[in-house]
Structures are given as C-alpha cells and as structure tokens.
Design a protein around this ligand. Structure first.
Ligand code: BES
Ligand code: MN
Ligand code: ZN
Length: 486
C-alpha cells in the first residue's frame, strides 16, 4: 500500500491509497453516479435522457440494492455515468448501511473519476473510507498487480484527509495479519510497531527474551520460550504525559500451534492471524496519532509464538504471573490470556483511564456471534452504549457480552489461584474475558474485544483475509470522547 501524498497547490488536497483516490479537485472531470430507489425511480432518474432510460429498461436493470448499471451517452460513443440501485424507498429501512455501497462501486466501476449526485448513506467521509477500503489487495508476494485508477470526488466540506488516514490504518492492520508467520514473527511485529512509532515520534521500548525474565513477565516468557524466535514485549508511548491515559493491549501470538495441546491441521491453518489483536491496536493507534487526539496513548503488545518443543510449557504446570496470581495450565492452547495477563498487569500499574484489550482470544466467540461481529466486554454500561453507538455510525459491528461474575468459579484451580481454562464447556468467550479481568485492578475503564481478525469470504470493502475489526469503532468512540470538534 502506497502512502498518502498531498496533492497540487492551492489547498486542494488529493489523496492516493493504492490505486483508488479521493479528491476535491474541481478540475478533475467526473462521471456522475445516480442513486435510484425502487419506489422513487422515476424521480431519481429524471436527469437521464429518454434514450438512457430505455437503455436501462432494455438491459433489464432494476433498482435492487447494489445493482450497478453503466450508462452510455445518447450517441452511444461515450460513458455517461453509473446508476446505483438502492432497493426500497429511503427511510423505509435504515439507510445507514448504504455507505458500504461505495465499496461495491469502487470495485465494479471501470477506471475513471466519479462523483455522487447524492451520497449513499449521507456520510461523505464514510463513503470515502469504504471507497478506499475496496482498493485493498495484499500484494507482497505477487509478481504483478493491476493499476486501474478510480477517483471519487467528494463534497468540499468533507474531510478526505481523515478518510484516507482511517483507510490506511485499516490497511496497515490487514497487511500485518495477512503476512504469513514466516515473515511476521515477534521481531517483525516489533519492527512494524517501531516503524509506526518513528513516523509519529513516539517513544518505544521492546523488551527481549532476557528482559522478560529479568523484568518479570513470566507468563509471556513461558508461552514464548519454545520458539527459536524469542518473545517480545512491545511498549509504545505517545502524547502529552498529563493527558488522559488510553492504553491499548493487543494479543500478538505470531503463530498458534496450540503448544503441546496441539491443534489439528484445519484449526491451525489460519493461525498466522493470532496476532490480529496486535494488528488492531496498531491500526487504532495509527488512527489516534494521525488525528492527534489529545490523549496519552500507550500500546502494549505481548508478542510470541505458541510452539511445540522440548522446552514447551506443559498442561498441569503452575506459573506465577507478574502480579503474583498463580496460574495452573489446564490447556496450553489457551495461551492468549496468559501473555495478555502479564501485559495487562503492566498496563494497570499506571492506572490508565481507558484500558482496551483486543485479541483473537477464543473460538467460542465465533460460535456466539460468527466472524463479522466483534463481541466486547466491559462493566461500564455508559461506555458500552458509547461503543455501540460509534459502531453503528461507522458500520463496524460489535455486540456486548456479559462479564458474568458467577462464572468466575469455573476458573478455580485446586493448586493455584486460577486455572487458564474453564471447567465448564460453555461460555468460553466469557470465561476468557473473566480471566483477563482478574489482572485489571486500577484502570478506570476496562474493555476487552474478542475479535476474529479475519474476513472468511469477501464482502464489499472487505476482501477475504486479515481485518483489524473494531478499530474503526473504537477510534470513533475515542474521537467523540476527546476531540472537541467532533
Ligand atoms: N487463538 C485461539 C482462538 C481462536 C481459534 C480464534 C480459532 C479464532 C479462531 C486461542 O489461542 C485458542 O486456541 N483458544 C482455545 C481456548 C480453549 C483451549 C479454552 C479455543 O478457543 O479453542
Ligand atoms: Mn491457542
Ligand atoms: Zn491463540
């Protein structure tokens, strides 16, 4: 993914992500995109000529949602614009998801420059984000990639720079997840975080193998020690020291074999994405720093491989964590909560205002809500409502699940303070969240997201592959909270 660049002079900005562009440059000649609803069809198409209307009729086009038709000029020699079917009458259904149709257009329209006569979803910035997200292609290992430029001109009052920054942050997250484990170990993940830190003049520490023992991150070290790529603790800090403290913690398991409780082949296949939480917090961190939110940001990533080796940790082992809680290992495949526990303890020591954890933590979360929705956990009802509201606004779906206290007993151990797996076979995502919560004592607000980190089959704007889910939602929530003009 190429970086953004400022456009020509005179305050007209033009931004380029891959080959899809947003612009406000009035000198760019654009083809119109008309929106047409079933019930207002005649009125929606009134600017068309009768020849164009009979063309639409003759090709059998109907105003079903997402149906795109290309229109010739009357003399047939030129492309005159596109029609986007919107389905039923506006207002009949929630129009909000319509922004996503911009992604469908970006994918299907021929190369060229376009302009909406009316913005689908009525949120130009969000339509811009989806237009850009559709352009993503993971091309690191491909010999050649296409380059068809597709411009979208957005209205003058739209902040296209912000749209590009959000889309590029998502693409950073996608790139990190899509990169196979062979090229995305703890060291490479740390290098990616360093690159982001450098671009924003953030402070950065990476604790290596021996530091982790010396500085007391026993759970992270125990999980990561079986790999010849030693574990790391990535610690990025940015912003004014006296600003509200927002700390993001992301699970950075670069490959999850399951450890001695080895995963079967099909369950292991996608486990390069087990650093999806790390990718999501880096993506979110980039959005926060690009927007210069007035917060003191900290990003903590426990990075490790969960490997099989002679020195692997074992089922039945007991390890005392950073904060003193002893943990019996019921299953070496529940490694995410172990590495996160030590990172959460460190985060919690400075009493952050917001402590946000993101992780591809459990298969059970997928059983509960599938791949598209990110379950989240918090005891703070007000914050939960803010997150839900932001999620609806930016079309990045989340769903709250309960931190159900009675299930805490499912994590009891005979010989240690906690077991790392539940004695109950139900509610796996909740018991994992309750496990994490035990390591948070001082943070003002704690939120945990159990994301999938992956799009299993492509949807408009979401190509199959890595996805830093919930990052856009959290950015929208934090922006509303901390940016005066939002
Ligand atoms: N990384 C996995 C969770 C996962 C699996 C996420 C599949 C998405 C898709 C995690 O480390 C894990 O293996 N969890 C176990 C926990 C169990 C042993 C209590 C799981 O969910 O099966
Ligand atoms: Mn696992
Ligand atoms: Zn895992």
């Amino acid at each position: 993914v190429s970086g953004s660049r400022a456009g020509k002079s005179s305050g007209i900005a033009s931004y380029n992500t891959a080959n899809i562009l947003l612009t406000k440059d009035s000198r760019v000649k654009t083809s119109p995109i008309w929106l047409a609803w079933r019930e207002t069809l005649a009125d929606d198409l009134r600017e068309l000529t009768s020849t164009q209307r009979s063309w639409l009729h003759s090709i059998g086009w109907q105003a079903g949602r997402g149906n795109i038709a290309l229109l010739p000029a009357d003399n047939g020699s030129q492309f005159a614009g596109a029609i986007l079917g919107m389905g039923d009458n506006p207002g009949k259904h929630t129009p909000k998801r319509d922004s996503m149709l911009a992604a469908k257009l970006a994918k299907e329209l021929p190369a060229g420059a376009y302009e909406f006569t009316r913005i689908p979803g009525e949120n130009p910035q969000l339509a811009g984000v989806f237009w850009l997200l559709a352009s993503y292609k993971f091309s690191r290992y491909l010999q050649k990639t296409g380059n068809q430029k597709k411009h979208l001109r957005l209205p003058d009052d739209c902040d296209i720079k912000a749209a590009v920054q959000i889309a590029e942050a998502v693409m950073l997250g996608r790139d990190l997840i899509n990169t196979p484990a062979i090229d995305m170990g703890p060291e490479e993940l740390a290098a990616a975080a360093c690159k982001l830190a450098n671009a924003h003049l953030a402070e950065m520490d990476v604790l290596g193998d021996s530091d982790l023992l010396a500085r007391e991150f026993p759970l992270l070290h125990t999980v990561g020690r079986a790999s010849d790529r030693p574990p790391r603790l990535i610690d990025l800090r940015w912003g004014k020291e006296d600003a509200p403290k927002v700390t993001l913690v992301g699970k950075g398991i670069c490959f999850d074999t399951g450890g001695l409780n080895l995963k079967p082949g099909n369950a292991m296949l996608l486990m390069k994405k087990d650093m999806g939480g790390a990718a999501a917090v880096l993506s979110l961190g980039k959005m926060i720093m690009d927007a210069k939110l007035p917060v003191r940001l900290r990003i903590l990533i426990p990075a490790a491989d969960n490997n099989v080796s002679g020195n692997s940790f074992r089922p039945g082992d007991v390890i005392t964590s950073r904060c003193g809680i002893s943990v019996e290992i019921g299953n070496t495949d529940a490694e995410g909560r172990l590495v996160l526990a030590d990172a959460l303890s460190l985060a919690d020591e400075e009493k952050p205002d917001y402590l946000i954890n993101m992780a591809t933590l459990t298969g059970a979360a997928r059983v509960a809500v599938g791949a598209e929705i990110s379950p989240f956990f918090t005891d703070n009802d007000k914050l939960a409502r803010k997150i839900e509201k932001s999620s609806r606004k930016v079309l990045d779906p989340v769903w709250r699940l309960p931190l159900w206290k009675p299930y805490r007993t499912h994590l009891n151990s005979q010989i240690a303070d906690l077991n790392n797996v539940s004695s109950d076979s139900f509610a796996g995502s909740i018991s994992a969240a309750l496990f994490l919560q035990r390591f948070v004592r001082n943070a003002k607000h704690f939120v945990h997201f159990d994301i999938y980190g992956w799009v299993p089959s492509a949807r408009p704007g979401f190509p199959k592959g890595g996805e830093p889910q919930a990052a856009r939602t959290l950015f929208a929530m934090l922006q509303k909270q901390f940016q005066a003009n939002e």
